[in-house]
Design a protein around this ligand. Sequence first.
Ligand code: UN1
Length: 505
Amino acid sequence: MSHTVRSVIAGEREAAAGRTFRSTNPATGELVAEVQLSDATGFAAAASTAKRAQRAWADLPAPARGEVIAHAGQLVRANAEKLARLVTREIGKPLKEARGEVQEVIDTCTFFLGEGRRLYGQTVPSEMPDKELFTFRQPVGVAAVITAGNFPVAVPSWYLVPALLCGNAVVWKPAEYSAASAEALYELFAHAGLPEGVLNLVFADGADTFAGLTEALGAGTVNKVGFTGSSEVGARIGELCGRHLQSPCLELGGKNPMVVTADADLDQAVEGALFSGFGTAGQRCTSLGTAIVHESVLPEFLRRFDEATRAAVIGDPTGDVLYGPLLDEKFAHSYEKTLGQIGTHHEVHGSTAIGRIGDARPRAGFTGDATGLYYHPVIVSGVRPGDALFDTETFGPIVGVTSYRTLDEAIELANAPGYGLSSAIYTTDPAAAFRFRRGIGAGMVSVNNTTSGAEAHLPFGGNGKSGNGSRQSGMWVLDQFTRWQSLNWDFSGHLQKAQMDITVV
Ligand code: UN1
């Protein structure tokens, strides 16, 4: 059963503008939704609509906005299983993970409904008598939120919920291949009591989104851009925003390292590598890129990782599997190119075959439909800086492995690709853990846990090629969707001059 999804601007579904996109189930090829794409004008119109609606929304007291967020969270909870099943059907994420993802939306609402009763400013002492200073958080205005489809509901909620809570209006442009999931989340939010025009949903291709965004930034109808996606597109968005003196919130790719020290619990490290390397078919921005293993335990680590990977169940995402298909044809294509980067100086483990799992290359225990976008898991040992496989994000079920001698060398290898999103160290030595934490350039560090699986109320974000240092989640994201305003109130009855009227003792 499929249906047509369209952009929704001020509560109105947009009439067919032109091209359509077919969102299909990557496990079966079944059509999930026919997506009517808007053009650049549609995007810019949504931004103007949001701009008009924003002031009245911001005038509503923050606790009342918090109530709307609370209601959205309740609606998501009441529809959690349906939403999780839709996510699984549309992007092939295992149901267990999809349920976790929906839970992350609920957690985000839970956190921010309380923020509606805080959203604190400060009182600041003045250097002059009879004068009070204050700070207030002001909404930025309209946020354009552009999100990827690997987390079609959780990651968008990291933007939508705080942006709305802070009094902003939003234009949300989700990925086309997760359009039905996005529309379902939009509907739940729209029914939570948001006034018309405060949250708008726009489906558009990359070129039209860029053109619409350029127009809206020029017209001042977009005041903040939140983007989750590739480092390449993130850099283009950063340039565009820079021209309008804006700093976007960018959450980009990762090449996340995991260091395994000589004294680490190897079973625990392997369990972590399996989950973060192959969970979600390696398609999280926080997925494990390279395991950097002390040379003394490398053979044993590889042996156990190989064994665990071969035993993993892959296939039908509605069942109990480690991972299902890749997200969409586009991702399968680029992943095929990544597989071509395996060179003769590398050694392959974890699987009997490389490439797409199908009739020609069966896998023991495979539970899927062989026509789906399923790929064998691959472990590639011997990767080094200079190898494309070591240096760049792969977004697929492939994990690199390399070795090190000293902790300094491990940290250098971990930082070498120039990303800086997530990282992990498996060790029983607290000093090694602290040294790693200090030396690593990543925004997120785990000790004896994996690179993926961030919690909804800790700062999430990266540095270098992973982002511009902006952080999402928890109270830290408030700095993305508000700007500090200071208030300087003089009740002395005469002009007091800062710096000049104070007596220096
Ligand atoms: C992403 O892939 O864009 O930390 C985000 C995690 C998830 C979020 C990943 N909670 O793995």
